[in-house]
Ligand binder design. Sequence first.
Ligand SMILES: [Fe+2]
Length: 336
Amino acid sequence: MIQKSTHNPYVLVVEDDPDQSRLLEVGLGQQGFRVTAVRDARSALHRLTLERFDVVVSDLNLPGMHGDELLRLIRNVDKKLPFIMLTGENDVDVAVRAVRDGADEYLMKPASVGKVVQHILSAMDRRRRSADQDRKLRNADMAQLKAFMSGVQALVNSLETKDEYTRNHSKKVAQIALMMAQQLPGMDKRQLREIRVGAWLHDIGKIGIPLTILHKEGKLNDEEWEEVKKHTIYGARILEPLAKHYPHVQAIVRHEHERWDGGGYPDGLAGTDIPLGSRLIMIADTYDAICSTRPYRKAKSREFALKVIQEGAGTQFDPSLVPVFEQTYHEFPCPV
Ligand SMILES: [Fe+2]
């Protein structure tokens, strides 16, 4: 017997046979369970919408909807609610199928209260252990993600030390891309997070470009230029371990230099084949580059940046994102 309290397992008994139903209701109650008994599957579904049960004990042969159909409907919305099927002797095949379809256990009728209790407790225990296991895996997963992100932060820091220009550039591009994305209809939290992370890490692959090229003050020759272009591919490679948690970040980084007209790199994607995050970065990156002082030229005003972006609508930039930029650009940082 288990100690009586409001936390005691709450059992929904679905049984049309009045004797068996009464036996379970009284017997389980005496064993310390809280019990609600109903006579058919529809009433069971109704009760499940009103209250939270810890376990369902259901007969297979019910009037109208059978127990296996009830199980299927429950599993559509709740994969984890322990479910015990009671069957007549000839229903073993169906019962075995029911277990395969998500029932935790099945019991032949007439089932003694002792047996039902034993099965309820073991089903609940198994579910609890599997929930603990899931939680541990999730925690381990999060710890791994955190460790990876702090490694990436270290890479961003070292890139920013290596390349004066990128200092704070990643952060500003992320801020601008995110503010624009927030203006778009139908964006969910996850998409916004991926765009922010992708924009923050967009130039991470520059860590693989030789300093002599990265710091060169004059014009790059063709060979050096080809080398610089590889930073998109290096970036996607560095972010490989992030694919499990943020599947789109890698693609956003790989394609951040693709142009709307297909003339960009590394894959020459065009139009909406380019990930949305990359199309936003293309605008944000251009804006921040114009507003920043570089070794070979002084920073220009945000109005000048606006003009460049308007002129590039439909060639370099996604034309549907340029109006979004026009509405928001006055909020973006620009020292001039
Ligand atoms: Fe870049």
